[in-house]
Design a protein around this ligand. Structure first.
Ligand code: HEM
Length: 520
């Protein structure tokens, strides 16, 4: 633990906001956001529906506590005041570009651990401390575990309505049923154990593929290439602010053409990939596998093709990029930190004879696991989680959260908070060695997979797969930055957020085979 940082300039968060790291193509002020812009002055607040009347010089926190008003300015028991709301606030959302997690962390330093943003008519609550996270994800989880589904995908006519987790706005029977199905048939220890051979086989295929190709040219091919491209476009589109969400009156029109594109990806592109497989399975003409997989279980249970497609799309969309990008960040951090790389290499190479790592070997690699934890601390794929929704009006930390507010927790800010973490910006896996802190959702200082009802169901699958992949890459290859010309410490580690958070400059690595691969 270190002493709390008094000045934002010392906290380390601001260094990410230098002009070079702000998103190209947006109109972000080249200077770090000034207090003037974050705390709009009183006259601006007065135009904002006239609901703020803080005296000049009175701190916002003091005003809120003393007046008993909520973060959106309304008295606790009063309904929200009607608009109109000024465009400059919406402008702020767009100006956050692809680094809202950084902008919001800066704002939290000025406004405190629980903030309200009003974006159009949408109220967004952002928690940015471990105690705010605990209040939102534990104490009030039963009320705040709703999902904020984009307005254009709401309603019974929507293709994904109540058919997967991410696009189900409540936590009622339908959502619970799918969650239980995933928990028992995909992510339980038994289900994961039953597919261990497949994961080990796939990782060895990757090793052999890399051994036979120049990875720089690797783009993927066959069915995977289509999925990869569709998932990327879906993630990018999903991160775009929607006018229909900010101004519900526009909800009946697809003004930005967003819905059309999302429907095209979900129905035509991803949907058709599985449709073909499902058709073959239901007609009995699929002979490719004798192993029962999740789609077979769903078919047996009488799920429709539309339901199965919705779940498969969700699993691929939520699972592929978050795991890929975490692996990329981990490889980048190891390349940048040669001493740590040496320690991990010794751990893996001294333990394994031959060139195959089994999942059962992972227990012998505690330092590698610490490296994964440290990677997820610095580069969580969901830095703001996925937006929650308040299913009822409730009170958090003494402030009113109106029903249907969008609720976010800035876990990126929490896991770089100097009040919690010693030397928070440095990659120091040792901090997790012998520590009880885990990503299982119990430690509110560290929540890469979230916590509570909406916590990521894929946590166990992810950690196993990433550790197995990286351990196999370490065992079989020496790693170099492409052409080996760059000093690894100079690697650009800037990030950008769609969902998930990705490395802005993709990592290019040459893997040099250490020994002959046995064919098995
Ligand atoms: C490094 C890997 C991963 C990380 C860090 C991660 C993180 C997250 C986070 C932060 C959330 C949002 C939690 C919230 O809103 O409170 C989430 C949700 C979700 N994740 Fe993951 N995830 C990962 C991999 C996966 C995988 C492999 C799958 C499935 C194959 C998956 C499936 C899901 C689903 C279905 C949800 C939505 C849950 C719901 O709304 O009830 N994730 N994940």
């Amino acid at each position: 633990m270190t002493e709390g940082c008094q000045s934002p300039a010392h906290c380390g968060l601001l260094h990410h906001c230098s002009p070079s790291s702000s998103d190209v193509g947006t109109t972000i002020d080249p200077l770090p956001l000034s207090k003037r812009r974050l705390l709009q002055d009183d006259s601006e607040r007065d135009r904002d529906g006239g609901n703020f009347s803080r005296r000049k010089g009175q701190s916002l926190k003091h005003f809120r506590k003393k007046s008993g008003k909520s973060y959106n300015g309304s008295s606790k028991k009063q309904p929200l005041p009607p608009g109109p709301y000024p465009w400059p606030i919406v402008g702020n959302l767009f100006q956050m570009g692809k680094i809202p997690h950084i902008r919001l962390a800066e704002m939290a330093q000025v406004h405190g651990p629980l903030m309200t943003l009003r974006l159009g008519q949408q109220i967004t609550i952002v928690g940015s401390s471990a105690s705010a996270a605990s209040e939102i994800l534990k104490t009030h989880d039963h009320l705040l575990a709703g999902r904020d589904v984009p307005r254009l995908l709401q309603g019974k006519e929507s293709i994904v309505h109540n058919m997967n987790l991410v696009f189900t706005s409540g936590t009622g029977d339908g959502w619970r049923k799918i969650r239980n199905l995933y928990a028992s048939k995909i992510f339980s220890s038994k289900a994961l154990e039953s597919r261990v051979d497949m994961r080990e086989k796939k990782v060895m295929e990757m090793v052999k593929y890399i051994a036979s190709k120049d990875l720089v040219d690797f783009e993927g091919s066959g069915i995977g290439a289509g999925i990869k491209d569709s998932v990327r476009r879906l993630s990018t589109l999903g991160a775009q602010p929607q006018i229909a969400d900010l101004y519900p009156i526009f909800g009946r029109w697809d003004l930005q053409g967003w819905k059309k594109q999302v429907v095209q990806i979900i129905e035509q592109e991803l949907g058709t990939i599985w449709e073909d497989i499902l058709q073959k399975k239901t007609s009995g003409s699929n002979t490719s596998s004798d192993h029962q997989d999740f789609t077979d279980i769903l078919i047996e249970k009488g799920s429709t093709h539309q339901q199965i497609n919705a779940m498969m799309q969700e699993l691929f969309t939520a699972g592929t990029e978050s795991m890929n990008f975490t692996t990329e960040w981990l490889v980048a951090e190891l390349l940048r930190n040669q001493e740590i790389m040496q320690k991990v290499s010794d751990e893996v190479r001294n333990k394994i004879d031959g060139n195959v790592v089994k999942e059962s070997d992972l227990v012998h690699f505690p330092f590698l696991e610490a490296c994964l934890k440290e990677t997820l601390r610095l580069h969580p794929p969901g830095p703001l989680l996925l937006p929650h929704r308040a299913m009822q009006t409730c009170e958090v930390m003494g402030y009113t959260i109106p029903k249907d507010s969008q609720v976010m927790v800035n876990i990126w800010a929490i896991s770089r908070d100097p009040k919690i973490w010693d030397d928070p910006l440095s990659f120091k896996p040792e901090r997790f060695v012998g520590s009880e802190m885990h990503y299982k959702g119990k430690d509110f200082e560290y929540l890469p997979f979230g916590s509570g009802r909406r916590m990521c169901p894929g946590e166990a699958l992810s950690s196993k797969t990433i550790l197995l992949s990286v351990a196999s890459l370490i065992l079989n290859f020496d790693w170099f930055l492409v052409n080996n010309t760059m000093n690894p410490e100079d690697l650009n580690m800037d990030d950008a957020l769609d969902f998930p958070l990705y490395k802005k400059e993709p990592l290019h690595v040459t893997f040099k085979l250490r020994h002959q691969l046995k064919t098995c």
